[in-house]
Design a binder for this molecule. Structure first.
Ligand code: HEC
Length: 106
């Protein structure tokens, strides 16, 4: 029994996990940069920055737009065209940006 269960577990788990391909994320981000900026910093006050957000947050946001849990006329359309693995790749790309912050002195 044990001999059967272990290979099955290994197979099942490896098909569940997908290692994000960050260079594919970079290539895919060409379609995002018009709004979110090439550096992940948006120049449009209605569009959020993506640079340095956590990959979990980016992934959740994109999945929510895709499912319709979160709605925005631009993002709902963008997310429709993305597969799960493309979402992971994009999340890996934008979350890898280094961001420095200067907190105002008041
Ligand atoms: C036409 C402009 C446009 C394009 C192109 C676009 N976005 Fe967006 N994106 C927006 C706007 C506007 C919002 C804010 C929407 C809202 O209020 O929910 C947003 C929100 C997001 C968020 C949520 C950020 C947060 O702080 O909650 C993510 C993640 C995101 N976009 C990723 C992407 C990715 C990845 C692409 C490329 C595949 C992309 N966007 C392409 C305009 C755009």
């Amino acid at each position: 029994m044990y001999k059967l269960v272990v290979p099955c577990l290994v197979l099942c788990l490896s098909s569940l996990s997908y290692a994000a391909d960050i260079s594919n994320g970079k290539a895919l981000s060409a379609q995002c940069s018009a709004c979110h900026g090439k550096d992940g910093l948006s120049r449009d006050p209605e569009t959020p920055n993506l640079a340095g957000l956590s990959s979990l947050y980016i992934e959740k946001a994109l999945v929510d737009y895709k499912k319709g849990v979160r709605q925005d006329r631009r993002m709902s359309l963008m997310a429709q065209g993305l597969s799960k693995s493309q979402i992971k790749d994009l999340a890996a790309w934008y979350s890898s940006f280094e961001v420095t912050v200067k907190v105002p002195e008041i």
